[in-house]
Design a protein around this ligand. Structure first.
Ligand code: AHR
Length: 503
């Protein structure tokens, strides 16, 4: 097979927010995670400097917070000001000390250098509580909430641009779940009140690839929204932590853009495709493991619903399956960058995150290196490309026992707008066979190029990183020179970036 890259045909310019992240008040993401006062590795504000440094290296562009399910019974006013009252978080059935609230979150975003993106409580909350939050963050001095922010020591408004109305209020597991009729009415009134505070806020609302739900939302609220939020987890293991194998995970790569394609169609049918962008604002190969809380019958003893959450911390679970799947997902979002404007890895830290933290340091799990590769080595202009000749196919058995036929190679061609470098991501999903790919650069001067190859492969499909183990990392191959044609050799289970810069 030969890959033709057409440097003269642009698919779109992808937003840096395709490489966004999410952090929730769940398990050790916030407390004993990024917010770890008293740890020698933490700074004067109690934030872990080593974790912030790792986040800065992958240039986190936007960080969604505070949930997730957590937010649907969270009241932001309890977590600002001098007197913080601990509250019982009914979503995750733990006490939250409320010592990390809006002011701490904004301070953290400034340290990371990312945009804040606040998800509001549309479960037990009200349009007024949501818009009061916007007042607190965005008004200069008007009203009691801006004055409260100033009284709390923050004279300048925070200029929070991105706001989501609710989380997954369509789901029975969510506190304050809503019917589609209830949902659009709440979204509309919440959007109105938020817009009356910050007319330039960019508003999102939770949606589904479900046509009826999303059609009802868009028909009634489309004029109030700038984004529509989608979530995706493929290996669903909330109750039983029985993880799909590498080959089973490759079956999921067939589906990564299904939700996007469905919502694209709806937005286009409603003539909203130029007005509303898609925010895939929670995604991960695997769902989080938290048995007996998303169920009608709740766990009784903490050993049934709290202790099992530690299983998310098993670093051996985060292998080349996660890296290969994540690269295929990011390729799909880039290919849809004309309508997908944001994607948030869920979560960034601990649980299923790409960074794991412990008291003495951090572990960079396999997907972290995919973000490093895409953020720092791929271009921002998505180019057209096509395959000449027989496309290689991979047959795998899915977790539910079906034979799935998928492309062996998942490819994305890009160009850097700053220096013209052509960077091509090629994912080889095959678990055991190296692939060779002829690449042809069309629409470029016939000439010579400096070629750099960067690769994440691990030793096996099950390679992982841990406190005392470093098997998955970006390998930089020796530079080569090439004309407009080049043959790439792609190891099994690998994510590769081949960068061509004119000599
Ligand atoms: O498993 C974590 C949960 O996944 C998030 O809180 C929620 O948004 C999604 O259902």
């Amino acid at each position: 097979m030969k890959l033709h890259v057409n440097a003269r045909r642009t698919i779109g310019k992808r937003s840096p927010m395709l490489y966004g992240h999410f952090i929730e008040h769940f398990h050790r993401q916030i407390y004993d995670g990024i917010y770890d006062p008293g740890n020698p590795l933490s700074d004067e504000d109690g934030f872990r400097s080593d974790i912030i440094e790792a986040m800065r290296r992958i240039r986190v562009p936007v960080m969604r917070w505070p949930g997730g399910c957590f937010v649907s019974s969270y009241h932001w006013k309890d977590a600002v000001g001098a007197k913080r009252q601990p509250f019982f978080d009914k979503a995750w059935r733990v006490e939250d000390p409320n010592t990390f609230g809006t002011d701490e979150y904004i301070r953290l975003c400034r340290k990371i250098g990312c945009e804040p993106y606040i998800c509001t409580n549309a479960g037990t909350g009200t349009p007024e509580e949501m818009s009061d939050w916007v007042e607190y963050c965005n008004l200069e001095t008007e009203g009691k909430y801006a004055k409260w922010r100033i009284e709390n020591g923050h004279a300048q408004p925070y200029h929070v641009k991105y706001w989501s109305i609710g989380n997954e209020n369509y789901g029975s597991w969510e506190i304050g779940a809503k019917s589609s009729e209830e949902w659009w009415r709440l979204v509309k009134e919440s959007a109105k009140m938020i817009r009356h505070v910050s007319p330039d806020a960019e508003l999102s609302a939770a949606a589904l690839p479900d046509i009826d739900w999303t059609m009802t939302l868009l028909k009634n609220c489309g004029q109030y929204l700038d984004w529509i939020s989608l979530h995706g987890y493929w290996d669903m293991v909330p109750e039983k932590n029985e993880l799909a194998s590498y080959e089973q995970c490759m079956a999921y790569t067939r589906q990564v853009d299904r939700a996007v394609m469905d919502v694209r169609g709806l937005l286009t049918a409603l003539h909203l495709e130029k007005k509303i962008k898609i925010a895939f604002d929670e995604w991960n190969l695997r769902s989080w493991h938290h048995p007996n809380v998303h169920t009608i019958q709740q766990g009784v003893g903490k050993e049934s619903y709290l202790a099992p959450r530690d299983k998310n911390d098993d670093n051996s679970s985060y292998t080349m399956a996660d890296a290969v799947f994540s690269a295929c997902f990011l390729n799909a979002m880039n290919r849809n960058c004309d309508m997908v404007g944001m994607a948030n890895f869920a979560p960034i830290l601990n649980t299923r995150g790409c960074i794991y933290s412990h008291k003495e340091g951090i572990v960079l799990r396999s997907t972290y290196h995919v973000f490093d590769l895409y953020v720092n080595y791929m271009g921002d202009i998505v180019l057209d490309s096509w395959n000449e000749g027989q496309e290689r196919r991979l047959k795998v058995i899915s977790k539910d026992g079906k034979e799935v036929d998928t492309q062996t190679l998942d490819i994305l061609a890009t160009q850097r707008s700053d220096d013209g470098t052509i960077s091509i991501a090629v994912v080889n999903k095959d678990p055991g066979t190296e692939q060779r790919l002829q690449i042809r650069l069309n629409g470029m001067q016939e000439g010579s190029y400096n070629v750099r190859e960067y690769r994440i492969a691990g030793k096996t499909t099950d390679s992982y990183n841990d406190v005392d183990r470093n098997e998955v990392f970006i390998e930089t191959l020796p530079a080569k020179r090439s004309g407009n044609g080049y043959e790439a050799v792609l190891p099994p289970h690998s994510v590769n970036v081949i960068a061509f810069s004119e000599m």
